[in-house]
Design a binder for this molecule. Sequence first.
Ligand code: ATP
Ligand code: F6P
Ligand code: MG
Length: 542
Amino acid sequence: MEAATAVAAPIPAADAAAKALEKKLLDLELPPFPAPAKKAAAKVVAAAPKKKLAGGAGGYVLEDVPHLTDYLPNLPSFPNPLQNHPAYSVVKQYFVNADDTVAKKIVVHKGSARGTHFRRAGPRQRVFFQPDEVSAAIVTCGGLCPGLNTVIRELVCGLHDMYGVTSVVGIEGGYRGFYARNTVELTPRSVNGIHKRGGTVLGTSRGGQDTGKIVDSIQDRGINQVYIIGGDGTQKGAATIHAEVQRRGLKCAVVGVPKTIDNDIAVIDRSFGFDTAVEEAQRAINAAHVEAESAENGVGVVKLMGRNSGFIAMYATLASRDVDLCLIPESPFYLEGKGGLLEFAEKRLRENGHMVIVVAEGAGQDVIARSMRLADAHDASGNKVLLDVGLWLCAKIKDHFKKKANFPITLKYIDPTYMIRAVPSNASDNVYCSLLAHSAIHGAMAGYTGFTVAPVNGRHAYIPFYRITEKQNKVVITDRMWARVLCSTNQPCFLSTEDVEKAGQDDEEPIVPLVEGENSLVKAPPLLANAGDGAALCNGAA
Ligand SMILES: Nc1ncnc2c1ncn2[C@@H]1O[C@H](COP(=O)(O)OP(=O)(O)OP(=O)(O)O)[C@@H](O)[C@H]1O
Ligand SMILES: O=P(O)(O)OC[C@H]1O[C@](O)(CO)[C@@H](O)[C@@H]1O
Ligand SMILES: [Mg+2]
């Protein structure tokens, strides 16, 4: 049995860095498992996650995922049926070694600690479920994303084709479907061909996460493997479901498959559907470019998704090469005055006669909110409802040039936000979704639970929920990738030294200016100098 030890073993530290890391991780250690069983409360509150840390030489740390045997120590295991599968029985290497792990950090220095590792995903020699015992459920939650149907299809077909599992149901309409709807039977036949369609055949929703009722439903229906496909909010919900399943002592693997068009999930390489979304965004940018080029002083503005993270805008900008200005939530900007957006637009139009602006929907929210003095609104899941930065920006640009003599502009605004996530996944995302589904199945069959599956540095790994949910993945504006964008657009960087310091607060590496005191950053500009009236530009209702 390969479930790892629950407590960090003493680490023979290679050097001071290794010792420091060891101390940091041991400080994180939570009270020993099992946590005292609490009387069921009316509302289930997630218990603090138990971290499973194991140490090794040279500052190696395994951040392991829970295993069913952690709380059901007498569970029997069985030889993996894949050992007799024509596709997997040829060589032993198809199976993952018990102690294979994946490094979180791939750039290392001589003498630095080996650092955090995650358990490698893949089939094990022994499993903790017999095929006819498995009763699996699949649910999709949160916003749409290309590839949802592919993951559903591959979970159903993978369970069936690799492990001979025939009992798989779909939960309709997101988390609330567990207790508000009947389940729908999923078979390889019923899901065949769904990967060619956008959306999710199961439906999805925001809100409605009632852990007690969800786990009652899991228990009542005898479900023992739950595959939960969704973004950061969904993975937080999955963590509370797992904690409650464990508290009740149920033999049920709770597995998260990370989904987000915004690529805002931490630790993982990228989320499925992102590649498709960037590709789709190109079509809108191309259209904006054609329109802008064909008019006198043509300005094309394209708004792309990205609530808190500007990855789609950043990658679409880099891919297109037609973009003059890319605005993302992570990098503040200002309109008026020296070095401001309007001055830049004027300069670019005088030079080129046209320009294309890509703006992520979450960009500039503070500036707009303050200029319009609007109260915060939230959706059913608690996410902030965004103000429409695209319309706001267009209004500001038009106003600015209206005041200029002999400077007529033609502005075209394209808002393809929902179009880029409602399409079927492209070839590369389809392959990626299949791998995710298979890795998820292998983990559940092997008895792992309370994990999200995803590639880390190119290798699929099982990552504890808390790691995925503790912070969001954001564009690091002090990373070289953002510099590449600035270099490709030749836009102003807008950043003040204060902005850079703030951006660096979350970074693992300290932020160091290139030439201390002499780099190109300016003192904080008057961000709100441009705050004016502005139309009511709310993006939908609360
Ligand atoms: N902190 C939380 N604890 C438990 N459940 C949560 C939490 N946050 C969100 N959820 C639930 O997870 C589901 C999806 O959340 P949300 O709407 O935020 O989308 P998401 O999973 O983050 O996906 P995306 O942001 O990509 O659309 C909802 O049913 C919501 O109620
Ligand atoms: O689907 P809704 O509720 O309109 O939410 C849209 C949001 O969902 C996402 O697509 C994913 O979080 C965001 O990019 C966007 O802000
Ligand atoms: Mg989210």
